[in-house]
Structures are given as structure tokens and as C-alpha cells.
Write a protein that binds this ligand. Structure first.
Ligand code: NI
Length: 199
């Protein structure tokens, strides 16, 4: 029995060593492994832009992107983040065009295409705003491991608790990292610059 355990441990050590060597020699594999460490965030989705055209993961293929999930009735997190993203895009200058910034609603019941189009006039017009059916929104939430939950308000209305981080994704669809809510602006900008550089 002990011998079996020892043998298993040796195999585990050997496998781990091989993995480290492969990762050191192959940046793409390394990125993939990191993406797995990121919990396999990302994946296929199909939603609608405010003009009614379909927008899917295929539209993001090959281009690094920043994804943010929220809702237009949001009192603080969403307007703040979209406003900050607008500022960072301005600071990135021409580099902002090498990046796609996407805002996905987690409240498709209220966030119709018209509501979102109106809301987005306050922010950088390059930010792609997406809505869809409940099912389509559930699919992308699951892919990005986004949390959101309706919370009833006393007046019969509701608000939505939701993941506040911006997801940074490489052009190959793998996960790069996040920008936290109210993250230091210089740090956030640096992350976006690095994402543009790496692609
Ligand atoms: Ni919000």
C-alpha cells in the first residue's frame, strides 16, 4: 500500500514537472493554463446590439476585450464603471480602437434595446451595449461566471445585485484578469494597455 502511495506521488511530481516545462516553453499553453486557473471564464454567446443586429463571441474573436455586466437602473456601480471605462478609452487614445469594450445587461426585462441605447449616450459611443432574451443572458452569465440576483425594493420595484468586476479577455477568448470596482485608475489603465499589447 505504502509503495503504491509513494509511486503515485512520484508520478504526480513527474507530471507536474512536465507541465511546468511545457508552460515555460509555450506561452500559448501557459495562457491556456492560466485561463483554466481563471475558472475557464468566457465562452460562446449570442446577444443583440441596440440597433437590433446580432452580436456574438465571433465578433470578439482576435480582438482583446473588456466585458462588463450590469443594468441601466443601477444606482452606482454601473454608471461609475462605464464612466471610468469611457475615461480610460480616452486616455488610451488610438490604442482604444485595438480593444473592444462590451456592456452586457443582467436585467433584460427592463433593459430593452431602446432603454440601453438611450442609457449609452452618456458614455463612449464605442462601448458595445448588449441585451437579449432571459435565456441568452443566462448563457453568457454562466460562461463568464457572473453573479446577479434580483432584490425586491419596498416600493414594489427591484434592484439587481451583480458582479462588479470588468473582465479582461485576450483575443483568443482566454481570460486575462479583472479590473475591480473603483480600482486605482493608473493600475486599471496599465492593465488595459498590457491587454492591448498582448492581444
Ligand atoms: Ni450595476
Amino acid at each position: 500500500m505504502l509503495r503504491h502511495i509513494r509511486m503515485f506521488l512520484w508520478i504526480a511530481v513527474a507530471a507536474f514537472t512536465v507541465l511546468l516545462i511545457v508552460l515555460a516553453m509555450n506561452p500559448a499553453a501557459s495562457r491556456k493554463a492560466l485561463s483554466l486557473a481563471g475558472g475557464g471564464i468566457g465562452g460562446p454567446f449570442e446577444l443583440q446590439r441596440t440597433d437590433g443586429t446580432t452580436y456574438s463571441d465571433r465578433d470578439l474573436a482576435g480582438v482583446p476585450h473588456a466585458m462588463f455586466f450590469g443594468f441601466t437602473h443601477c444606482p452606482e456601480v454601473c454608471p461609475t464603471t462605464l464612466w471610468e471605462l469611457t475615461g480610460w478609452m480616452k486616455q488610451l487614445g488610438g490604442d482604444a480602437d485595438k480593444l473592444k469594450v462590451v456592456f452586457v445587461t443582467v436585467d433584460p426585462e427592463r433593459d430593452t434595446r431602446e432603454t440601453m441605447a438611450e442609457y449609452m449616450t452618456s458614455f463612449d459611443p464605442r462601448i458595445v451595449a448588449l441585451t437579449g432574451t432571459m435565456e441568452q443572458i443566462e448563457t453568457i452569465k454562466k460562461a463568464y461566471k457572473v453573479y446577479s440576483r434580483k432584490v425586491p425594493l419596498e416600493d414594489g420595484d427591484y434592484t439587481v445585485d451583480h458582479t462588479a468586476s470588468v473582465y479582461l479577455m485576450h483575443g483568443d477568448g482566454s481570460f486575462s484578469g479583472t479590473i475591480s470596482f473603483r480600482e486605482n485608475s493608473d493600475t486599471a489603465l496599465e492593465k488595459l494597455r498590457r491587454l492591448v499589447d498582448k492581444g
